[in-house]
Design a binder for this molecule. Structure first.
Ligand SMILES: [Zn+2]
Length: 687
């Protein structure tokens, strides 16, 4: 969240005039059918640049300038609003929010004691007119004073009932939008109809709302955020609706059967302090990536009618409300290419290669495309301008092509006809395509991993050898290596007596590796070297690991409720491979570890019991020949926990030669420091 909004810098009157024209055209296209060539962020930057130029050069201001105008001055519609539909001013961070609140409280001459905090929905503002409880007319915001009649959409909008619970005459205000699933469905319908698609949920909602005669119907969603009695209505209800706090008005709206955000994770709340407001802003921003609909900010307003009345309005916005803008989660960029990869389980997945674009604080160059059906459904082509979505830690995804920006040079996306990894056939019977070889497709990769230095450490087993064995049909997985015979190997090209004997000896040696390495060799998803060590130390034997359910696996430090079932499921899938390893006589126990069933304090007799140890720098003395992974194994054999970073929880830093920041940090924190030689002394029994 930036405090100072970025803007487009304009050099002179010509650049200013061009910018104004671009903004006007863009706003007109946007409010006409949602097909603006600028994404929101680019438009906002442009308008802020225009505004900055006008402040410096007030004599140059053009009458067509979009600044200070609702909807950027785009004029659409001829149905006058009873009360103007204004937009809100923006703030871009905590500091600007408190400045705004302070200014408001100065104007009021008192503190605001109740704030309402609601999500700012990323859709189109609409006025829904009810007469005696019946929905009679839908009007878009238009330029704020008059909008367009879109009553034909009545009956297609979820959350906007044809009849209210009471026979009242009111005007509801709220946002019309498409949820993620409605957007998917709309894209599929349009794709089937004319081969094109919608760029994003909001332009899909805008287009759908304003198109009268379309051969297919797309569903929309409404969330109410306000209600107005007719201006000349002085009934009890009208008086009450003018006097109730905003939060209670929203309760009334919901009670009429209208959808509000109350049932969503971003439900409106009231806050008594600005600190709580700020906290709620953070909460809403945090759940934004998981919401099934788009939000682009948070609306903060005075909850009490008296505060609202006292604050009043400026020419274009209420003074008692503000929009706290969140960073854009969607931008337009170019789809440069599509890469296809076969995963470890044989699933073939496409990945979009993008022209790099900054989104929600990071540069996005790749995005997920899910599967072939997804590409077809969206009608994507190489060279397309595409909308890309990313929020928080969510993997960026391509939403859709921006069809009206096509130049004619776009090319179809090549769809693989054979597995990109092994060249064998593709099983396309399901939406997720797979290599017919399944897991075996990636056999080479998984065998190379299994025999690597930090796993089984089988010397002399290079990739070309593994491929040779696979092609000869001697092996299909790494467990088969333990069943290779001298005769088999000698029958192969480039396998002499010496190399055969050396290799068989290396394989024989690998049978006695500790369980932690054997487990690591399995390549269970989400368990690397250190996690494999922790699992092996915790359970002590492979039998114990295989007997563990998700709950038992979760007892291992670092395995959460999401990862545990994955580990259990993968182990079940790997059962034949593990059985083969057992049959081959591969070691299935962890030296020095005692299974958890025999008591919790199993490590207490060991020299590094309950110590967190960090190793840094080059090792010397007895440790010089060990890899970092082997030193970590040593630490854990001696009862300690190997960690990679120094913190207040670190018990000991083993500092070799050429140490840097870790040593400095340990000194600052008063962590005990040892040389590799001193440390080797301490744990000599485990070396
Ligand atoms: Zn394959």
């Amino acid at each position: 969240m930036t405090e100072t909004p970025p803007l487009t810098v304009l050099a002179d009157d010509t650049a200013y005039a061009e910018a104004v024209q671009l903004a006007v055209d863009s706003a007109a296209a946007y409010y006409a059918d949602g097909t603006s060539t600028l994404d929101d962020d680019a438009y906002d930057r442009l308008v802020r640049g225009i505004q900055a130029y006008e402040e410096e050069h007030p004599e140059a201001v053009l009458p067509s300038s979009p600044t200070g105008k609702v909807a950027g001055g785009a004029v659409v519609g001829d149905v006058p609003h009873t009360v103007p539909m204004l937009s809100l001013d923006n703030v871009f961070g905590a500091e600007q929010l408190s400045d705004w609140a302070a200014g408001l409280e100065r104007r009021l001459g008192r503190a605001v004691t109740v704030w309402s905090v609601e999500p700012k929905l990323d859709g189109l503002a609409i006025s829904a007119r009810y007469h005696n409880g019946r929905l009679t007319q839908l009007v878009t915001r238009g330029d704020g004073s008059a909008g367009e009649d879109v009553s034909h959409a009545i009956g297609t909008i979820v959350g906007l009932p044809d009849r209210l619970a009471d026979a009242v005459t009111v005007e509801l205000r709220g946002e019309v939008m498409m949820t993620a699933s409605q957007f998917e469905e709309a894209c599929a319908k349009r794709q089937a109809h004319d081969g094109t698609t919608f760029a994003n949920p909001r332009s899909a909602a805008a287009g759908t709302l304003r198109t009268r005669e379309r051969p297919y119907v797309c569903e929309l969603t409404f969330f109410g955020y306000g209600v107005l009695p007719p201006p000349d209505d002085h009934s009890d209800l009208a008086v009450r609706l003018r006097e109730l706090p905003h939060s209670e008005i929203m309760d009334w709206v919901a009670a009429q059967g209208v959808q509000t955000t109350a049932a969503t994770p971003v439900a409106g709340i009231v806050a008594e302090t600005l600190e709580r407001v700020q906290e709620r802003v953070g909460e809403i921003a945090a759940v934004r990536p998981e919401l099934p609909f788009g939000i682009d900010g948070i609306v903060i307003k005075c909850d009490l009618a008296a505060d609202q009345a006292a604050a009043g309005f400026s020419s274009r916005a209420p003074r008692w409300a503000i929009a706290y803008k969140l960073p854009a989660t969607e931008k337009i960029t170019k789809l440069i290419g599509v890469e296809w990869n076969t995963g470890r389980t044989g699933v073939i997945a496409p990945r979009a290669v993008l022209e790099p674009v900054e989104l929600d604080g990071s540069i996005v160059t790749y995005a997920t495309l899910h599967n072939v059906a997804d590409i077809t459904r969206r009608g994507l082509m190489i060279g397309d301008s595409v909308t890309v979505y990313k929020a928080g830690d969510v993997i960026p995804r391509v939403e859709a092509p921006v069809v009206h920006l096509r130049t004619g040079d776009e090319q179809p996306i090549p769809i693989p006809t054979a597995c990109p990894s092994c060249g064998d056939s593709i099983d396309s019977s399901q939406e997720r395509w797979r290599c017919v070889r399944g897991r075996a497709c990636r056999a080479i990769a998984s065998i190379i991993y299994a025999v690597g230095r930090d796993q089984l450490d089988i010397e002399g087993l290079a990739e070309n050898r593994i491929k040779q064995f696979l092609d000869a049909g001697f092996i299909t997985d790494f467990a088969d290596l333990f069943f290779l015979t001298r005769e088999q190997l000698l029958g192969l090209e480039r396998m002499g007596e010496t190399s055969t004997d050396n290799l068989l000896a290396a394989i024989e040696q690998a049978k006695s590796r500790p369980l932690s390495r054997v487990f690591a060799a399995l390549g269970v998803r989400g368990t690397g070297r250190s996690m494999s060590r922790r699992i092996a130390r915790h359970f002590a034997t492979m039998d114990n690991i295989r007997a563990a359910d998700a709950e038992a696996i979760q007892q291992v430090e670092g395995i959460g409720p999401e990862k545990a079932p994955v580990v259990v499921a993968e182990l079940a899938e790997l059962a034949p491979l593990i059985d083969k390893l057992v049959q081959a006589g591969v070691n299935m126990t962890e030296p020095g570890a005692t299974p958890p069933a025999e008591g919790e304090q199993t490590q207490s007799g060991l020299p590094l019991a309950s110590m967190s140890v960090v190793v840094t720098g080059a090792m010397t003395g007895p440790l010089a020949s060990l890899s970092r992974n082997e030193v970590n194994e040593l630490i854990e054999r001696a009862g300690g926990k190997a960690s990679s970073s120094v913190s207040a929880k670190t018990s000991l830093l083993v500092a070799g030669e050429k140490t840097g920041s870790k040593r400095a940090k340990a000194e600052t924190l008063g962590v005990r420091i040892m040389s590799p030689e001193e440390f080797a002394d301490q744990v000599s029994a485990f070396l």
